[in-house]
Design a protein around this ligand. Structure first.
Ligand code: CA
Ligand code: CA
Ligand code: CA
Ligand code: CA
Length: 342
């Protein structure tokens, strides 16, 4: 398909595409609770271990280190379904205090206390603070380079009919705040090699602690399974509702909207079927007995935009021209590249 063709199709709908950066009104108002990306991959040197990463605070500029803080009113959670019902069987919950100390609680009862790595010790990034638990899990929290890459500006140009992709990464040079956990797969698996993973940020409700009989203490503000689902396939008016909804209701509540969005983009029924099998319910599924790589989990290197384009635009070879991140990833924990410095 030519870019002109893509343009004609795409402008007929409201297509916005990032991973999950600033995708919904409530998320835009609360950057520290705005999940930008979720990753899940087996450890490159030890397939008995899984690496989970979520990023928040999208588009943090290196000069504004105050923007890197995690919120003390939000709890950050990795949720894991192990029996295929899209309901969590295991969790990792991380909460921060205003001084950026944190505690992480695992569904096996393990607790790890730690401290977020500060942005910088001029002129170099701070050395990573890594904390380990009795269950052999390790955790890092702090600023990193945003591992997501995409020519979003070029895509906007294509949609507007004013130009094309330039192959320039619109996310280059920006930082995010990352939470990275590495742990034995056995901690979050009941035996199945298939894990269905999603991340949520939950906002503490005023009065929720005092009146917990009447009010839930925590309310989901953002969630993410697969890249691009909330940004590209959920209509604008439903994005906050989508983020607040549990994935086990995705088929009932959102499958019709997702199919309609793809139909409007000109995606054929076969390709809609492929995308819907990944996006409904919106869980990042990984079979840890097979190599990691989107859509079997998601590694930092995966060019998820081109994978999505491949199916959305009917396997016609559309690419944004950006094939890798602007910084080299690390070969060891916490894997994400060091944050950009002022
Ligand atoms: Ca988000
Ligand atoms: Ca389950
Ligand atoms: Ca980057
Ligand atoms: Ca690409």
């Amino acid at each position: 398909m030519s870019l002109k063709c893509l343009c004609v199709i795409a402008v007929s709908t409201v297509l916005c595409l990032a991973a999950d950066h600033k995708e919904a009104p409530l998320a835009q108002e609360a950057p520290a609770a705005d999940i930008a990306d979720l990753y899940a991959f087996t450890h490159p040197q030890d397939v008995s271990r899984l690496v989970l990463a979520m990023t928040v605070n999208p588009f943090s500029v290196p000069e504004e280190a105050v923007g890197f803080n995690f919120s003390s009113r939000v709890r950050y959670r990795f949720l894991i379904d192990n029996d295929g019902d899209a309901r969590a069987d295991h969790f990792i919950t991380i909460q921060f205090l205003p001084d950026q100390s944190f505690f992480a609680v695992f569904s096996d009862g393990t607790r790890i206390d730690g401290q977020a790595t500060p942005p910088s010790e001029e002129p170099e990034p701070s050395h990573e603070l890594i904390f380990e638990g009795s269950n052999d899990a390790r955790i890092f929290a702090g600023p990193r380079d945003d591992p997501f890459f995409f020519d979003f500006v070029g895509f906007s140009r294509v949609l507007a009919g004013t130009g094309s992709f330039s192959g320039s990464d619109s996310f280059a040079g920006y930082n995010v705040s990352a939470i990275v956990v590495e742990l034995p797969i056995s901690v979050i698996s009941d035996g199945s090699s298939v894990l269905n993973i999603w991340a949520v940020t939950e906002l503490e409700q005023p009065g929720g602690q005092l009146f917990k009989e009447a009010l839930p203490r925590w309310k989901t503000l953002d969630r993410m399974g697969n890249p691009g689902v909330a940004t590209a396939l959920i209509p604008p008016g439903l994005k906050d509702f989508y983020n607040a909804s549990p994935p086990n209701r995705d088929a009932e509540l959102f499958a019709p909207s997702i199919v309609a969005s793809l139909t409007a983009l000109g995606t054929t029924a076969d390709n809609i079927g492929v995308l819907a099998s990944v996006a409904v319910p919106d869980l990042l599924t990984i079979d840890v007995s097979a190599p990691s790589g989107f859509p079997n989990g998601r590694t930092l290197d995966d060019d998820v935009i081109d994978v999505l384009f491949h199916f959305i635009f009917n396997q016609s070879g559309v690419t944004d021209g950006v094939a890798s991140n602007d910084a080299a990833f690390m070969g060891e924990f916490p894997f994400l590249a060091a944050p950009w410095q002022p």
